[in-house]
Design a protein around this ligand. Structure first.
Ligand code: NDP
Length: 315
């Protein structure tokens, strides 16, 4: 099969992806451009935020395989052929990395380590009260591949975990010990008891701007948020206002509507905000190439590829 690799990569990234994918797919031809090949012969596009129009006029295309877990930018491209199935990246290595980040953020917030960091800069020797992990209420927004891995890690750390979903995905038995809730009413009730909210939702029409003044207003004053989903989930002005007024304790933010986060953005210097450069969980080309290879094999053998998204619901 002819496979097209299309993404917004720099040269080194493109070379790395080409190397690992070519090694994982030795019986297929991996192309970096459509030049010199009939467009109708390209059957799979392996993509990472491809430039708009990159997949236009590929009449033989049978699968779009994303190298990233989130497909919101891909779905936002009107030139992506509507009839071709899209598979997103579901890689256990990605979930492990996400769980590490969630655990770090929760431990840092629960034990006040971000505050101690600031006190060090002031040479201030001052302890604060210490709570047990099981006294800290964690709410996960989203309980998919990422949310479930985070829940496992947090349960091992002794935290009380509640997960909010649409109710369509993971069975109730997934990750025993996690309380499951659906629907907005249940979410608003739960927020009042949420010390830390971790966002791991996909960005869709339903979830865009969910973390707004009403959402933050339903949380306790000592509450904190950890946004590992997408920047578009948070209404920035509302978050800054709550933090500035002391009505929210801290925000750990990994994702932003504009990335890289502009240098003049107030988040960078805000004492109640911790910024990460969209690094909560990076796709590891080594393991991701195996995931891609398994899906290309499925297609070649006439099986349905794994982790196809539902375009209508947006994830
Ligand atoms: P999944 O598709 O596996 O899971 C999505 C979860 O969100 C499901 O539990 C789903 O509910 C829930 N959900 C979706 N829409 C709604 C809604 N309207 N109301 C309530 N719950 C909803 O995705 P992943 O776990 O793999 O990834 C989630 C997101 O994490 C990605 O889309 C991406 O944006 C982000 N991400 C960020 C990374 C980073 O480095 N910061 C790295 C990787 C991913 P249900 O179970 O009912 O279907």
């Amino acid at each position: 099969m002819n496979l097209l690799l299309a993404g917004s990569f720099d040269d080194a990234e493109r070379a790395r992806w080409h190397e690992v994918l070519a090694a994982a797919l030795p019986q297929h031809r991996l192309l970096l451009s459509v030049d010199g090949v009939s467009r109708a012969d390209i059957e799979v596009a392996i993509v990472a935020n491809p430039p708009a129009g990159a997949l236009r006029e590929l009449p033989g295309l049978r699968l779009i395989q994303s190298l990233w877990a989130g497909v919101d930018r891909l779905l936002g491209d009107p030139t992506i052929p509507p009839e071709v199935p899209i598979a997103r990246m579901v890689d256990p290595a990605l979930a492990v990395a996400m769980a590490e980040t969630a655990l770090w953020a929760v431990l840092s917030l629960h034990r006040g380590f971000f505050v101690y960091q600031q006190r060090q800069r002031q040479a201030l020797w001052q302890q604060h009260a210490q709570r047990r992990a099981d006294e800290v209420g964690i709410t996960l927004l989203g309980f998919g591949a990422m949310g479930q891995a985070c829940a496992q890690a947090l349960l091992c750390g002794g935290y009380a975990v509640t997960a909010w979903t649409r109710g369509a995905g993971a069975p109730v038995s997934a990750v025993p010990g996690v309380q499951r809730i659906n629907g907005h009413e249940a979410l608003w009730r739960r927020l009042a008891d949420s010390d830390i909210v971790i966002n791991l939702l996909p960005l869709t029409a339903d979830t865009s701007g969910l973390l707004d003044a009403t959402f933050f207003g339903a949380m306790p004053r000592h509450g904190a948020i950890v946004n590992l989903g997408r920047g578009g989930h948070v209404v920035e002005a509302d978050l800054l206002q709550r933090l500035d007024q002391g009505l929210l304790r801290h925000a750990v933010l990994d994702v932003f509507p504009i990335e890289p986060l502009p240098r003049e953005h107030p988040y960078w210097r805000h004492e109640r905000i911790t910024v990460l450069p969209h690094a909560a969980a990076l796709t590891d080309p080594r393991s991701a190439a195996q995931v891609v290879a398994a899906n290309v094999l499925a297609l070649a053998e006439g099986r349905i590829p794994a982790h196809l998204i539902n375009r209508a619901r947006g994830y």
